[in-house]
Design a protein around this ligand. Sequence first.
Ligand code: ZN
Length: 565
Amino acid sequence: MDNLRDMRVDEPAPDDCLSAEELPFDWPDQPADKPHAAWGAPILAQLRQFVAATRLELAPHQEKLSVQVNRYSQRFGQWRDRTSAQLSQIDLAPDLAQNIGSGRWFRGLGTMLGLSVVALAFWPDFSALEARPAMNLDEAARDEFRSQMILPLALGADNGSHMGASRAVIPLKSAPERPQIELVATFHKGDNFMRMLRRAGVGSADAERAEALVAGAITLSEIEAGTHVDIVLGRRPEAGASRPLDDLRFRARFDLELAVARNESGLSLEQKIIRVDDTPLRIRGKVGQSLYRSARAAGAPTSAVQEFIKALDGHINLNSGVGANDEFDMIVSYRRAATGERQAGKLLYAGIERDGKPRTQLMRWGKDGYFYEASGVGEQRNGLVQPVPGRQTSRFGMRRHPILGYRRMHSGVDFKASYGTPIVAVSDGQVSSAGRAGGCGIAVRVNHGSGLSTRYCHMSRMAVRSGQSVRRGQVIGYVGSTGLSTGAHLHYEMYRGGRAIDPNSVSFVTRAQLDGRELMGFRATLNQILSVQPGAALEDMTRLPSEEGAPKREIERIDSKREIG
Ligand SMILES: [Zn+2]
């Protein structure tokens, strides 16, 4: 090795080193007579010589280095093979579901717990970050800031600086009280009249007396939630005693105002019957682009418009039966009090007119509140609704029973439905039985009249009792898998005269028809209701001299008795 190096140093290798003349300096497109070629050539030749010499000097070192690198990489390769062989023998993650209790299992458990602990050790800290305070405040300064803040008074905050009493302040032995307190108490849902008075600060004896007086005029449960009661409490007879009830008045009903006032003989009740006019509210207008919007724009209450559309939908096709140029005609029950309050109720009549002639006339009739056409024909409720959404998985007829295993009659149809899906009655009827029924599990049977009944099996839960009346679409129970059933589904049966029939073969139309005396009554009421003029209910009732209300302006109220307007 040493010899080789010496030899190379002494004998410059002619092939390795190019002389300046041989340098490939002149490019074919660069003529040698260019000025930079003249000064560049010698520098480049020297550079070449230097590089060649350095390379010769470094060559032996390079060789030595590469031998060493090879050796290290070999050793590293051996170590890597050895270690990976060792590591592959270590069973770090054994299946914890196998050989439970063995040493291997405990080791696996230990590994898992260890890793969990490591993972938990990196659980982030969610505590609040601390920042340097914007300014250092002492107790007094902080208090000063706090007292200058505007905090919600409802939270018990005070604002404005509080000053400690100095010698200039003379404390009073007692502060004078207001002679009277006027307040408004609200009767809440599920409230008790007595409790409400006590809450307002009325003494127990007065509250009891007032409640007894009010109960003499109306049933206390008649008082609607949200009723405001104006209460006036008088001067305390002595310090520490509760204030006496001086006056109490409220609107007990739409047509009745009650007042309990104190006179020489104690508390007494005063009843004021308020005149109420119940001329229904008739609203007419052009249907236009949207029946809903036109009716709302004409002043119909939202609930009435919804009822109107629903009533029409039960009788006519809304898409083809109502045009933009048609006129709608709705009559809503309405009450006006002489004191100015108004209350809209249910929709009574729904009509559509085309070219000035009635096209559809529907009026609410009977205790069920269904709408009937002028001819006395009730809402057409055709077809049966499906008891549960979803498709039928098994039809009516002979089939191999999934549990019993032999062929037998499948006396109904099966609907695919998940556990808990509500089941609805397919038509109006009366529940004839509800409860466990052998292989049918928890079942409900509904009698629809005219010999037709339906049964709903395998329910998880029932929503009706035997004897109860149900409407079409009413929830009667929930899908389950009780009785002889392989999984949650609805088994639905239909009977005619006690015999099971294919439910898919029946689609009945229920349509009530008024006749005889009832039809006459219906027509008379319809004529009466149609005699109402549109807008008749909108005018204010003419006030009687005795009904002149309390002054409206605050300035006029001063020194005058308060009254509910
Ligand atoms: Zn079935």
